[in-house]
Design a protein around this ligand. Structure first.
Ligand SMILES: NC(=O)c1ccc[n+]([C@@H]2O[C@H](COP(=O)([O-])OP(=O)(O)OC[C@H]3O[C@@H](n4cnc5c(N)ncnc54)[C@H](OP(=O)(O)O)[C@@H]3O)[C@@H](O)[C@H]2O)c1
Length: 251
């Protein structure tokens, strides 16, 4: 059975990926929805036009990660699409942040994406797609979100290297570099109301970001950056010295 596996499916962008899956990938027969909040996954599953399996687990927990591996081994599905969307980012200087929150970001945004990908790869079909949710934060470090932006630089770099490794299997890997979206991310990370940068920047619509990501994946694009404003930022961050851009990019 051809399936899609979506992490971070219980809210925000991940939920949008699930809602738009059938239209974008009609060949996918079922979807596994991964996040911690089971009730939200159940509610989402009931709205989808294809069979959906809620897989409630904490991706920062080793035994939960092993359970995902065991479930894949048991069911041996063909994975057509893997969307690594689960992520979190906390606003605060490194010195002022609870160490547990710092490692939560590195564990979820880097370790988990690496392990989920490694666990899923043996089941991925030739011609399949991997969508890794990075961020505009990957373009240059953002002071006050230094750890978050560093984890997203990892996601973009990981995606580009993996893309090259999987070329012979014709598995596309796309890093999605969205600007701010009005999702739970802003409340969870203590960002809402506390960042002039987040108040000033234009926002991206998760519906459009999900649709654009799927288009980019099918077109085998390495990166997808929504909105002209952020495409321009990506270009400037490439050509200007990072010691200058970092001063402008403070959150
Ligand atoms: N919103 C923005 O401004 C923005 C901008 C650029 C990029 N992004 C990226 O977009 C992605 C999606 O974020 P979002 O904006 O949609 O925020 P969100 O609504 O907070 O979604 C985060 C998702 O990750 C899941 N998650 C968190 N911790 C988890 C864990 N330990 N194990 C399993 N799942 C976990 C959450 O579900 P549970 O709580 O149910 O586990 C939720 O489904 C993230 O990678 C984020 O870095 C966001």
């Amino acid at each position: 059975m051809k399936i899609a596996l979506i992490t971070g499916a219980s809210s925000g962008l991940g939920r949008e990926y699930a809602l738009q899956l059938h239209e974008a990938f009609p060949e996918v027969e079922a979807v596994w929805l991964i996040a911690r909040r089971r009730a939200l996954l159940d509610e989402l599953a009931s709205r989808l036009p294809i069979p959906a399996v809620p897989v409630a687990l904490d991706l920062t927990n080793d035994s939960d990660m092993n359970a995902l591996g065991e479930k894949l081994k048991e069911e041996s599905p063909e994975i057509e699409l893997l969307v690594n969307c689960a992520g979190c980012g906390y606003l605060s200087n490194v010195a002022d942040t609870d160490p547990g929150l710092l490692t939560r970001m590195t564990d979820l945004n880097m370790r988990a994406i690496t392990l989920v990908t490694r666990t899923a790869l043996p089941y991925m079909v030739t011609g399949g797609h991997i969508v890794n949710v990075s961020s505009i934060a990957s373009f240059c470090p953002n002071a006050r979100m230094t750890v978050y932006s560093s984890t997203k630089a990892y996601v973009s770099s990981f995606s580009l290297g993996l893309r090259e490794e999987l070329r012979d299997q014709r598995i596309s890997v796309t890093a999605v570099c969205s600007g701010p979206m009005d999702t739970e991310f802003l409340d969870v990370g203590g960002i809402k109301g506390n960042s002039k940068m987040f108040r000033t920047l234009p926002y991206c619509d998760p519906k459009k970001v999900a649709a654009g990501s799927y288009r980019a994946a099918k077109a085998d694009r390495a990166f997808y950056t929504p909105r002209v404003f952020f495409k321009l930022y990506r270009f400037l961050a490439k050509v200007l010295p990072s010691t200058i851009v970092v001063k402008l990019a403070k959150t």
